[in-house]
Design a protein around this ligand. Structure first.
Ligand code: GLU
Length: 371
């Protein structure tokens, strides 16, 4: 079955610089953005959580700063991003505000999606924002990212965000309505592919080099993004952004390419938790907690009888029943010291015990595997 935007509960939409920024004036394309914001509002109204990954910071400021060459140096990009990001965030805040949605800016670097502790932090913040009904508008933190730690393109950043947040669908709004067997601007025989079931070497070879100009992407980075997304169980669409109301158009079965999630995709992360990490410690849980876990709940501190070993937030820990049986494994949201302090307590006591209010779960169900 072809995935659809209509069937998803959590969606990431990536929007490139060429869509957001008017090439003649180097200003945000406000009318187009207003249409996208209306589309987002219609989706949010149905109870769907939407995150936006928006490029455009560098493109908005390069002319203002006199950076006119086709290729900017890293320090020029960093400076342009610092200036342009303010305008970009403002444009989003105004466009979403006009449809009654609170926009929230999140700037991420590669480390925020790779390093487990920072990953948990970024994910928790995004989840909180979504819970509050905000639409996070995410970009790379270009001003502090050096070449070694840069994504460099927002296609990959968007795919990492979609994987991190376990979105069902990632939409890359592009200047092209999908993947073609060859570049349709140069080859009249190029055929459009409505669905890509697997990213075979033939498919991967269809991504040429990125065009010179505003964006760092091109089909190549979109296919790499497709690899990241589909492996994590996320369906991805490449759809035409150069039209009014591009998301509404996609929903009414507009032309696009869907990349289907890998069949074993959603469990890949859980396999990684279960199989590839040495547990740094363990938590012993009572019978009530065992029952709750088996029903799919997160592990709350109230059900924890004891904590052993030394672990940090983000480390893998074993979950043991009172008789010592190993029933599961997960990534701890608290260090061993903090987990021991809140063990047996309810969330309203955390602040008194820890001096700060952390998350309610010691292991979130998304980070937990039962054996
Ligand atoms: N983060 C860059 C910006 O906002 C864009 C990266 C990309 O083109 O994908 O300007």
């Amino acid at each position: 079955m072809t995935p659809s935007l209509a069937g998803a509960k959590r969606v990431v939409v990536k929007i490139g610089s060429a869509l957001i920024v008017d090439s003649a004036t180097a200003a945000p394309r406000e009318a187009w953005l207003a249409g996208v914001a209306e589309d987002i509002a219609a989706i949010v109204k149905r109870g769907v959580e939407v995150m936006v990954v928006s490029s455009g910071a560098i493109a908005l400021a390069r002319r203002q700063l006199g950076f006119l060459g086709a290729k900017l140096k890293l320090e020029e990009k960093q400076a342009a991003a610092a200036v342009g990001q303010i305008r970009l965030a403002q444009a989003w805040s105004e466009a979403l505000g006009a449809v009654g949605i609170t926009a929230a800016q999140m700037l991420l670097t590669l480390d925020d999606t790779e390093d487990r502790r920072r990953y948990l932090n970024a994910r928790a913040t995004l989840a909180t924002l979504l819970g509050l009904g905000c639409v996070p508008v995410i970009n790379e933190n270009d001003s502090v990212a050096t070449n070694e730690i840069r994504f460099g393109d927002n296609d990959r950043l968007a795919a990492r965000v979609a994987a991190m947040m376990q979105a069902e669908v990632l939409v890359l709004l592009s200047d092209i309505d999908g993947l073609y067997t060859a570049d349709p601007r140069r080859n009249a025989l190029a055929a459009h592919l409505p669905v890509v079931e697997a990213l075979t070497p033939e498919i991967m070879a269809m991504g040429g080099e990125p065009p010179v100009g505003f964006s760092s992407g091109g089909m190549k980075t979109k296919l790499i993004a497709a690899e990241i997304a589909t492996q994590a169980g996320v369906a991805m669409a490449i759809a035409l952004g150069h039209r009014d109301h591009p998301l509404a158009a996609l929903e009414s079965a507009g032309k696009c390419t869907w990349f289907l999630p890998a069949p074993e995709g959603r469990s890949a992360r859980k396999n990684w938790i279960a199989g590839h990490l040495a547990a740094a410690g363990a938590v012993v849980v009572d019978a009530g907690a065992v029952r709750a876990l088996k029903k799919g709940s997160s592990l709350l501190p109230a059900g924890i009888k004891a904590v052993s070993g030394v672990f940090e937030r983000g480390d893998a820990v074993d979950i043991l029943a009172v008789d010592g049986a190993r029933i599961g494994r997960g990534l701890a949201a608290y260090s061993s010291g903090d987990a021991a302090l809140i063990a047996g307590h309810r969330s309203e006591d955390f602040e008194g015990l820890l001096g700060w209010r952390g998350r309610d779960e010691v292991i979130h169900r998304d980070d937990l595997v039962l054996f």
